[in-house]
Design a protein around this ligand. Structure first.
Ligand SMILES: Nc1nc2c(ncn2[C@@H]2O[C@H](COP(=O)(O)OP(=O)(O)OP(=O)(O)O)[C@@H](O)[C@H]2O)c(=O)[nH]1
Ligand SMILES: [Mg+2]
Length: 239
């Protein structure tokens, strides 16, 4: 059995980890995260993170439209208030449950564990968790996911990986989103990739636009490959 490294408490290279009472809370969180992994041995779980409004829900809607004939997907989506994002996912035929955090700025593992009792995951291959829009707190909380994907929109500035390093350090993939706006904003994809790889040399990178469809095939192929890896089977590319 492969050992999954917890996403919590990973300090950047060269940094000092201070004594922090939050660490005890994170130990409890990691315990629940392990229980979630035990509960979902055959489902690929992806924790989708970003600042508010970077395009998480829009990308999952497009993914649902493209892959619903090939993959059985479900979504747990966290927001401080409203059921709006879950409704948007249901509108494209994807089973979705909203986790209303009541103002909290991130999802914790016990919220996911409880939510699993309220969503039917029979036959599901891929479970997205859309985290609360925030590049800080969600980085510290392992949700029992297999993979973490962080979106960074072209409108947010290309300096973010170094300013919010833990989010990028703990992610397997950075998605540069809203690529259709690149001609209008001062944002260098090359610079952001270099910074992200200085924080996390292993991070994959995709550049996409949910509006024009640029990069969405590559994103879907990445998902299909990861689902197949989780299930231990091979699959053919989307295009
Ligand atoms: N130009 C452009 N706009 C986009 C793209 N993707 C999403 N948007 C717009 O960006 C806004 C926010 O998109 P959402 O998908 O709601 O973003 P989110 O990350 O889910 O937002 P929160 O859940 O509130 O954090 C919406 O107005 C979208 O229409 C894109 O690829 N290009
Ligand atoms: Mg959203």
């Amino acid at each position: 059995m492969t050992t999954v490294k917890p996403k919590s408490n990973q300090a950047s290279v060269g940094s000092v980890q201070c004594e922090n009472t939050t660490l005890n809370l994170l130990k409890v969180n990691d315990f629940v995260a392990r229980a979630i992994r035990d509960r979902l041995p055959d489902i690929l779980v992806i924790n989708v993170c970003s600042s508010p409004g970077s395009g998480k829900t829009t990308l999952m809607q497009e993914t649902g439209k493209r892959l619903r004939d090939r993959l059985n997907m479900a979504v747990l989506v966290g927001d401080p208030e409203t059921e709006r994002d879950a409704i948007r996912m249901r509108e494209v035929g994807i089973n979705a449950l909203q986790i209303v955090t009541g103002g909290m700025c991130h999802i914790e593992a016990q919220m996911i564990y409880q939510a699993l009792d309220h969503i039917d995951l029979t036959g599901v291959d891929l479970l997205f968790i859309e985290n609360v829009g925030n590049l800080v707190c969600p980085a510290a909380f392992d949700l029992g996911e297999d993979l973490r994907v962080t979106l960074l929109a072209s409108t947010e500035g290309d300096d973010k990986p170094k300013k919010y390093p833990r989010m990028f350090l703990t992610s397997e993939l950075m998605v540069v989103s809203k690529a259709d706006l690149l001609p209008y904003v001062p944002f260098s994809v090359a610079n952001v990739v270099q910074d992200a790889r200085e924080v996390n040399p292993d991070i994959d990178v995709l550049t996409i636009s949910s509006l024009t469809g640029e990069g969405i095939d590559a994103w879907c192929d990445w998902l299909l490959t990861k689902v197949a890896e989780k299930k231990g089977v091979l699959t053919s590319p989307v295009a």
